[in-house]
Design a protein. Structure first.
Length: 101
């Protein structure tokens, strides 16, 4: 990951108020362009993938359930640190993936 991409990722995560670190934080729906997210999430018999990551496993599960209810397919990357994979400069950035059951 480039230094710039890592800096942007850190800015986003570090923007979470330090006095709220005991609160769940889940990042989702932030790796695809708005036009892609606005399109039908069902394509060719599969569901468009949304990556998510967070600092609380239960919160990640709840957001993954919401992703599914909205017609998408969630891929839980795990911790916020792992979420860097889907950020600017990461290997999963802006991939418009379709998951087939």
């Amino acid at each position: 990951m480039t230094e710039v991409a890592f800096a942007v990722y850190n800015d986003v995560v570090n923007a979470f108020p330090s006095d709220r670190t005991d609160q769940p934080l889940v990042k989702a729906f932030n790796t695809l362009p708005a036009a892609v997210l606005a399109a039908d999430p069902v394509k060719d018999g599969g569901h468009r993938v949304v990556f998510l990551s967070g600092n609380d496993a239960e919160a990640n599960t709840q957001v993954a359930d919401l992703v599914g209810k909205l017609g998408f397919s969630a891929i839980n990357l795990g911790s916020l640190t792992q979420g860097r994979l889907a950020q600017f400069g990461g290997p999963l950035m802006v991939h418009n993936l379709i998951k087939h059951a």
